[in-house]
Design a protein around this ligand. Structure first.
Ligand code: AWU
Length: 436
């Protein structure tokens, strides 16, 4: 790496853990390469993010900016803290950060602001912008095309044959999406380049299509293989969960989790629970309790009694990366969030997809098309039942070819740090070249 003058980059992720986590991973990766990074978020989000390793502290600082909004509950600072119908309050509170961000940028004169899809007002700050897409390239391409043109058929095949399924989703969310689409469109027009959490070796065709369609320089940053914490959470209630895992056979347990955005309904939870019970497979379910449901009502009557010894359901925000890293875990039943796909693929887990919203159906379709997982069968109207959950789990666990193919991809791509380091080196060169 050529030693350049210290570049200063400001990170501006959307207020969702599926975005803040990869933005922080990227921040740590470029701070390790000598870039000075200011990571802007809110005080409570910063408290909940992984700590900055002491050796990176001179290069990477959190910049806490408090939110102010009359309708936002006091401790709500991320999408995970709010029911779907209140997300608009979070969006307007985030837009009000325009003023303190402008002041920070004026006082510190950074070389770049790395933005998410949301902060359209960053285009007016006169500091060069790089957009960082935390989604897969296939999904980013789909949203670029749907946002500008609703003809899903123009989406290249490698985005996945599930676009029809997404069409009615896109219609349903088109209103919300349009405003997000307008935000993204303004940033795309102003951005110097577009960074994306992927690599040519896994999504080459989608990345090339994205570059053509967006007319922008694309900077794949690699898949940002996460640092797996070497010390596991000792805090209750997860210490007891780790204790239970310690008593299970290697690679025998299915990790079950649906990310930070998906709000499961009681019916969904019941069908998944019955499916797990029918599969008879050991499971660990990191379940986030839906707001409107009493804890005693969340799971089916007698479920916990009947599955005693087979599996564990733990409510709350899970130390997901550490749990996925436990030797007893051998498979994941999850929503196909891009971050969780990358985390599960660190360990060659057999993947069973049960996608719900946003980019999840497309991520699932892409992975299935690449032979890297099985998707729970759904009816035409998108509904699924316990039988489909049990069948997908049993098929996946019994499919040795699938496991071998997944372990191959884990070795060749997902844990190939040398490969992804090269992408990060090139990104830092981009910052340095434009800085000099
Ligand atoms: P992930 O990308 O898996 O999913 P979402 O949180 O759903 O993220 C996009 O942002 C996804 O592609 C979309 O599907 C959208 C959203 N986590 C944790 O540590 N504990 C928990 O209890 C739950 C989650 C972490 C997890 C991962 C992140 C989730 C980019 O849905 O380890 O890093 O939160 O991100």
């Amino acid at each position: 790496m050529r030693s350049g003058k210290k570049v200063h980059v400001v990170m501006l992720p959307w207020l969702a853990f599926g975005h803040m986590v990869p933005f922080l991973d990227l921040s740590m990766a470029i701070a390790k390469r000598g870039v000075h990074v200011s990571f802007i978020s809110t005080p409570l989000n910063i408290l909940r993010l992984p700590k900055i390793p002491p050796n990176l502290a001179p290069f990477l600082q959190f910049i806490p900016l408090p939110l102010h909004h009359p309708l936002l509950p006091p401790s709500a600072e991320a999408t995970v803290d709010l029911p779907a119908h209140q997300i608009d309050h979070l969006k307007s509170a985030c837009d009000a950060l325009h003023h303190p961000v402008r002041a920070f940028v004026a006082a510190n004169n950074p070389d770049y602001i790395v933005v998410d899809f949301f902060h359209h007002w960053a285009a007016d700050l006169k500091t060069p912008l790089v957009i960082f897409q935390v989604l897969s390239a296939a999904t980013s391409l789909f949203f670029l095309l749907v946002g500008g043109d609703k003809q899903a058929s123009t989406v290249p095949q490698d985005v996945g044959s599930k676009v029809a399924y997404m069409e009615h989703e896109a219609d349903a969310m088109h209103q919300v999406f349009t405003s997000d689409g307008e935000r993204f469109g303004k940033l795309l027009a102003a951005a110097s380049a577009l960074a994306i959490r992927s690599c040519d070796e896994f999504e080459g065709e989608a990345i090339r299509s994205y570059s053509e369609k967006s007319g922008k320089q694309i900077l794949p940053v690699g898949i940002l293989p996460p640092e797996i914490p070497d010390r596991r959470s000792a805090s209750p209630p997860w210490d007891a969960v780790f204790g239970w895992l310690d008593g299970q056979k290697a690679k025998s347990v299915v990790f079950v989790g649906f990310g930070s955005e998906t709000k499961l309904s009681k019916e969904h939870i019941h069908e998944i629970a019955h499916g797990l019970e029918q599969s008879k497979l050991p499971f660990l379910w990191a379940l986030r309790k839906p707001e409107e449901i009493e804890e005693s009502d969340v799971l089916p009557e007698g479920f916990e009694k009947r599955t005693e010894g087979q599996g564990v359901v733990q409510m709350g925000w899970a130390p997901q990366r550490e749990l996925l890293g436990h030797g007893a875990i051998g498979a994941s039943l999850f929503h196909a969030g891009w971050g969780s796909i990358i985390e599960a693929m660190q360990f060659g887990h057999v993947l069973v997809f049960l996608p719900f919203i946003i980019d999840q159906p497309l991520n699932a379709r892409m992975m299935v098309d690449k032979g890297l997982g099985i998707e729970v069968e759904r009816a035409k109207d998108g509904s699924f039942g316990r039988g489909e959950v049990a069948t997908a789990l049993t098929l996946a666990i019994g499919d040795q070819t699938l496991r071998a193919r997944t372990e191959r991809a884990t070795k060749d791509i997902f844990t190939n740090h040398k490969l992804h380091d090269l992408y990060l080196d090139r990104l830092v060169l981009f910052f340095q070249d434009s800085h000099n």
